[in-house]
Ligand binder design. Structure first.
Ligand SMILES: *Cc1c(COP(=O)(O)O)cnc(C)c1O
Length: 402
C-alpha cells in the first residue's frame, strides 16, 4: 500500500466527529466526498490573501488571482493530459458541463443522440430537452442483468444519424465500469461526437483525454475532494471551435458594440461572467492531493474495500448485490423484505452514512423493477474497519426489520 489510510483520514477534519454517539462511517462518497485540509486551506488562502476579480485588473491582487486561476486550469489540463489548458472550461459541475454541450449542439430533426441505460439524470434530461427543441431522437443502449452494458446493442444502435454519443465512464448507481475506450472509438468511427460523463471516474481512475479520443469529458470537483460549485468541461479544441458560444456576458467577448459582438477565444468563449475563482483553485489543490497519494494506489485501496464489503454483505441472508463483480467506487444492494429507506435510516443511527433511493438513475431502477437500492461508496479515507462496521450495522438492522 502506497499510503496509510489512517494518516490520510487525519487530513479530513470532518471525519473526526461522532454521529449518534458513534464514530462517523462516511460511505456516501459517490454523492459527494469530504475535503482534505489542503483543499480547505487553498479556499481560505484564496480569500485571505488574493481575492480579486480576474482577467481585467491591473492591480496586484487581480494579477495574483488571475495567475492562480489560470495555474489551476493548467493543473487540470495536466491531470487530464489535455493538449492545452484552453481546452479546460470551468463550469459549476458535471450537470452544468453537460447542459453546456446540450445548449450549443446544432441538431436537426431526425438526428440521433445515443445514451445508455446506466446514465445519471444529468446525462439523460439535457438530451431529452435538446431533442424536444430540435426534433432529434434519443436512443438508449440497454444493459444486462448484471448491470453491464449490452455492447452488441451499443454497436448496432450507432448509426449514420448518430450525432452525439454520451455515456458514463463509471455508473454512480452500480459501480459498473464501461469500456469507454472501445465505445469512444466505435462512436468516432461512426462519425458521432462523444461526451463522457467522468463524474465517478475522476476520483478513481487516471483520465487521459488524448488516449480516450472523446470530444467532451465532464466532471464535478466535489466528487474528487474539491468544493461544490466547480467542475470541468474538457472539450477538444476542434469540436469547441466549431460550436457557437453559449451564455453571453462579460469575459466571453472580444469586442462589444450595439451593432455586433465578437467572441473570445477558448476557454473564455464558454466562461461568461465572474467564475468560481476559489473553486477552481481548490479543485487544483484537490487534484494535487489525489496525485500525491497516487490514483493507482487509491484505486487499489478502494478495490480492496469494495470487495470486502461485497463479500460481507453477500453473506447476509436475502442480500442481492447489483452490478458486476468488478465495480469501481460504489456497491449497490437490496435486501428481500427490507425497504432501502428503512435500512438507511436504521444504520444512520449506528453512525453509518450510506445513500438509499434511485441515485438519480430512475430509468435504471425501472429496468431492474425496483424503486431504489442501498449504496455504499468508497473513498481514499475509508478503512477496512469501516467496511466491517457497515456489514455489522446492516446485519443488525436486518434482524430488527425482519
Ligand atoms: C454526481 C454525478 C453527476 C452529477 O454531478 P453534479 O455534481 O451533481 O452536477 C452526473 N453523473 C454521474 C455519474 C454522477 O455521479
Amino acid at each position: 500500500m502506497a499510503f496509510d489510510p489512517s494518516k490520510v483520514r487525519a487530513e479530513f477534519p470532518i471525519l473526526a466527529q461522532a454521529v449518534n454517539g458513534r464514530p462517523l462511517v462516511y460511505l456516501d462518497n459517490a454523492a459527494t466526498t469530504q475535503k482534505p485540509r489542503a483543499v480547505l486551506d487553498a479556499s481560505r488562502r484564496y480569500y485571505e490573501e488574493i481575492n480579486a476579480n480576474i482577467h481585467r485588473g491591473t492591480h496586484h491582487l487581480a494579477r495574483a488571482a488571475t495567475a492562480a486561476h489560470e495555474a489551476a486550469r493548467e493543473t487540470v489540463a495536466r491531470h487530464l493530459n489535455a493538449a492545452e489548458p484552453a481546452e479546460v472550461i470551468f463550469t459549476a459541475g458535471t450537470t452544468d458541463s453537460i447542459n453546456l454541450v446540450a445548449a450549443i449542439l446544432p441538431l436537426a430533426p431526425g438526428d440521433e443522440i445515443l445514451i445508455t441505460a446506466l446514465e445519471h439524470h444529468s446525462n439523460i434530461v439535457p438530451w431529452q430537452m435538446l431533442c424536444e427543441r430540435s426534433g432529434a431522437i434519443l436512443k438508449v443502449v440497454p444493459c444486462h442483468d448484471d448491470g453491464t452494458l449490452d455492447r452488441a446493442a451499443f454497436h448496432s444502435l450507432l448509426g449514420e444519424r448518430t450525432r452525439l454519443t454520451a455515456f458514463t465512464w463509471i455508473s454512480n448507481a452500480f459501480g459498473t465500469v464501461n469500456p469507454v475506450h472501445e465505445m469512444t472509438a466505435a462512436a468516432k468511427a461512426a462519425g458521432s461526437l462523444v461526451l463522457v460523463d467522468a463524474a465517478q471516474a475522476i476520483p478513481h481512475l487516471a483520465i487521459d483525454v488524448r488516449a480516450l479520443g472523446a470530444d467532451f469529458v465532464a466532471f464535478s470537483g466535489h466528487k474528487v475532494y474539491a468544493p461544490t460549485g466547480i467542475g470541468v468541461l474538457w472539450g477538444k479544441r476542434a469540436a469547441l471551435d466549431a460550436l457557437p458560444p453559449w451564455r453571453g456576458g462579460g469575459e466571453m467577448i472580444k469586442e462589444v458594440t450595439f451593432e455586433k459582438t465578437t467572441y473570445n477565444e477558448l476557454p473564455f468563449k464558454y466562461e461568461a461572467g465572474t467564475p468560481n475563482i476559489e473553486g477552481a483553485i481548490a479543485l487544483a489543490a484537490a487534484l494535487d492531493f489525489v496525485n500525491g497519494r497516487g490514483l493507482a494506489a487509491i484505486a487499489a485501496h478502494e478495490d480492496r474495500l469494495i470487495r470486502r464489503a461485497a463479500e460481507g454483505l453477500s453473506a447476509l441472508p436475502g442480500v442481492h448485490l447489483y452490478g458486476p463483480p468488478d465495480r469501481a467506487g460504489a456497491l449497490s444492494f437490496g435486501i428481500a423484505g427490507v425497504h432501502h429507506y428503512d435500512l438507511g435510516t436504521l444504520i444512520d443511527q449506528m453512525g453509518v452514512a450510506v445513500r438509499t433511493g434511485h441515485h438519480c438513475c430512475q430509468p435504471l431502477m425501472g429496468r431492474f423493477g425496483i424503486t431504489g437500492t442501498t449504496r455504499a461508496s468508497f473513498a481514499v479515507y475509508n478503512t477496512e474497519d469501516e467496511v466491517d462496521a457497515l456489514v455489522a450495522a446492516v446485519a443488525r438492522a436486518v434482524a430488527m426489520l425482519r
